[in-house]
Design a protein around this ligand. Sequence first.
Ligand code: ZN
Length: 192
Amino acid sequence: MTESNEKIERLVRELLVELGEDPEREGLVSTPKRVAAALRYLTSGYQSDVEKLINQACFEQETTSMVVVKDIEVYSLCEHHMLPFYGRCHIGYIPRGRVFGISKLARLVDMYARRLQIQERLTEQIAYAIKDSINADGVGVMIEARHLCMMMRGVEKQNSMFVTSSVLGVFRTNPPTREEFLSIINRRRPDM
Ligand code: ZN
């Protein structure tokens, strides 16, 4: 780990020079170290063990009512520019005897978000991981996010929100189930 961080640090130092900066000036001396550590953390999802997380996350519960967890914070990096995109993820599923611990859903989101991603793939990976791990009857995942690569550069659309959704099982085949999920996640708290 330390050894490979050294290589990233060296590359960041070179990048600073290439951008016209002086990596020896006071404010930048420790920047390569910080950037390397930040990038390791923000891509730590590559190192996490999906199976292990899922095994610890699921437990038996006799219910077939829809479970919805709204507003899970998402921070990821777009794979096209390595710039952040961030927003909220809403998850719904219909269990078939097994449920996912709520805090574990947030960890599952982080695990896939801490990689170089595109929002569409992130949304699908979360949906399939839930569907496959607890054999849910159906899963719906929606992510609403802002992309800094769009806000700070390029088209410079500061206020556009990018929305992606992935629906599996009964969320796909049964429109009333999908409607129920959408109406729950669209019901905003009064203070929002
Ligand atoms: Zn981008």
